[in-house]
Design a protein around this ligand. Structure first.
Ligand SMILES: *[C@@H]1O[C@H](CO)[C@@H](O)[C@H](O)[C@H]1NC(C)=O
Ligand SMILES: *[C@@H]1O[C@H](CO)[C@@H](O)[C@H](O)[C@H]1NC(C)=O
Ligand SMILES: *[C@@H]1O[C@H](CO)[C@@H](O)[C@H](O)[C@H]1NC(C)=O
Ligand SMILES: *[C@@H]1O[C@H](CO)[C@@H](O)[C@H](O)[C@H]1NC(C)=O
Ligand SMILES: *[C@@H]1O[C@H](CO)[C@@H](O)[C@H](O)[C@H]1NC(C)=O
Ligand SMILES: *[C@@H]1O[C@H](CO)[C@@H](O)[C@H](O)[C@H]1NC(C)=O
Length: 446
């Protein structure tokens, strides 16, 4: 080996050793606000005897922290650091309760050897506070934005996960520049699940998750679905009940046939119920239009529904308060037809639209994964209530019939009728009353 080569090798070795030393002498530390930091003057395996050590803090200016001579007894701690540090005779410095303003470089110079001075760059950060995860929409088909909010702390990275695993690759997601926002375009059923965001910095991390439940329908359509279910039950029970009434009517002998006065209240009740159902269906239609938009057919339907509401309301109110006024309307055939078909037409109108709404809304609901509104439970409850009403009216009717039969036997029929009529306004046209009150019932049964 030539001398030249040897000297080159030696230089390289020296450069390498020097580079290693400087690398050792440079350290970066990141800590959280309020923590205590131990700064060491020497690397762990360095056996250098410390005769003198000087600690300095460098940001834009240089300020002294502590000066220590092994021969002297006490270290000199400068005023700004008196309360905040503990100095150990092995050269280490403990910074207590550090704040963001303590960020900077701390230099330890041992035995006045400036070249091999050890520098520690300290970064004091506010720890990341608990993250908040917000969802701006949950409706199927809409664009959903998940935002990962961090109120305190400098975030370095945000990682998103779905159901505890990295985001699925087969789904397209969009992110904002710093990943704090996650966009889900055209949300669908497969997007249901738990989303979590992990915001991290050099000192800590915080993870929050949220359960994303895609809704097939808006809350208003849920209301429309419930209303339609209830109306459907009321209307079908009403139709069944009226059919039953019609059969009872037919099976009675002419002599036993109950009078118009007795039919008055059931007819008021039926028209009232049809009116209420129509009003409910009107509300459901408004909910549907609100979400799905207006069509000509719907406008037409709402028009007919308004008509039914008005006519049935008129019939039930007039019949309940002053039945003799109904006779005035019954004089013209056209009015007669309108009055008689109101209840039947109303029931058909209401039932058809209720079925349409239930079918369509349930179809929409299947696009999401939110708990399905179980119309069966509602149907059962409503059916039970309606049946109870029917049963009560049936029993009531039976008792009335029995007592009438007795009265007839005792030859007091006329008197009873008299007293019955006396309870309401005087009926000028008893014959027309019977007709007017029982006919809508007959029509419903058809
Ligand atoms: C540098 O440190 C001193 C003492 O802690 C402080 O007063 C000053 O604001 C700091 N300067 C900068 C630029 O951070
Ligand atoms: C210096 O002394 C302190 C307190 O005894 C100890 O915690 C620390 O580890 C020591 N540092 C070194 C470099 O030995
Ligand atoms: C949610 O955010 C996305 C993206 O910014 C936006 O397109 C959508 O309209 C928002 N939805 C709601 C209901 O605000
Ligand atoms: C992300 O960037 C937006 C502005 O572009 C800012 O408002 C928000 O605080 C940032 N979020 C995080 C976690 O850094
Ligand atoms: C959050 O991110 C940090 C930094 O990447 C990681 O160390 C940590 O394990 C993550 N937390 C969870 C729960 O995945
Ligand atoms: C999400 O749903 C799961 C299972 O239904 C539940 O265990 C968890 O607590 C929910 N998480 C949140 C953030 O609501």
């Amino acid at each position: 080996m030539s001398y030249r080569m040897m000297s080159q090798c030696l230089t390289l070795l020296l450069v390498f050793r020097w580079a290693l030393k400087t690398a050792e002498a440079q350290e970066h530390r990141t800590v959280g606000v309020g923590s205590s930091v131990l700064l060491t003057a020497l690397p762990t395996d360095d056996q250098t005897v410390i005769d003198h050590i000087q600690w300095e803090y460098i940001n834009s200016t240089v300020s002294d922290i502590v000066d220590y001579y092994r021969t002297g007894s006490k270290p000199t701690i400068y005023k700004a650091y008196e309360e905040r540090i503990i100095f150990y005779s092995n050269g280490s410095l403990l910074l207590k309760n550090v704040q963001e303003t303590d960020s900077g470089t701390y230099r330890a110079t041992i035995n006045l050897n400036k070249i091999e001075a050890r520098e520690t760059t300290l970064l004091v950060l506010e720890p990341i506070s608990k993250t908040q995860l917000q969802i701006n929409s949950t409706v199927a088909g809409s664009s959903i934005e998940l935002s990962c909010k961090v109120l305190v702390g400098k975030v370095q990275a945000i990682y998103w996960k779905k159901d505890g695993k990295p985001l699925p690759r087969n789904r397209c997601y969009w992110f904002s520049e710093n990943f704090s926002l996650l966009y889900i375009p055209e949300a669908q059923k497969s997007d249901c699940g738990s989303f979590s965001c992990n915001a991290s910095s050099d000192i800590n991390w915080q993870e929050t998750s949220v359960n994303l439940t895609i809704e097939g329908i808006m809350p208003s359509l849920k209301h429309a679905l419930k209303i339609s279910t209830v109306v459907l039950v009321i209307a079908t029970t009403l139709a069944a009940g009226s059919g039953l009434g019609f059969i009872i009517l037919c099976c009675q002998s002419e002599k036993k046939k109950i009078t118009g006065e007795l039919w008055r209240w059931p007819v008021v009740f039926i028209h009232g119920l049809v009116c209420v159902s129509a009003i409910l269906m009107f509300t459901a239609a408004v909910f549907w239009i609100w979400e799905e938009g207006l069509t000509t057919a719907l406008v037409l339907y709402m028009f007919f529904l308004t008509w039914v509401i008005m006519v049935t309301l008129l019939i039930s109110v007039v019949l309940a308060i002053c039945p003799q006024h109904l006779g005035i309307f019954k004089k013209k055939t056209m009015y007669c037809v309108i009055l008689d078909t109101a209840a039947l037409g109303g029931v058909i109108l209401v039932v058809v639209f209720a079925i349409f709404l239930i079918q369509n809304i349930q179809q929409l609901q299947r696009q999401g994964c939110s708990p399905f509104f179980d119309s069966r439970a509602a149907t059962l409850i409503s059916a039970a209530i309606s049946l109870l009403i029917l049963l009560v009216s049936f029993v009531w009717y039976h008792r009335k019939k029995k007592s009438q039969g007795k009265d007839q036997q005792e030859g007091q029929h006329a008197e009873v009728l008299q007293s019955l009529n006396g309870q309401s306004c005087r009926t000028d046209q008893p014959a027309s009353m019977v007709e007017g009150t029982s006919e809508p019932k007959v029509n419903i049964a058809e």
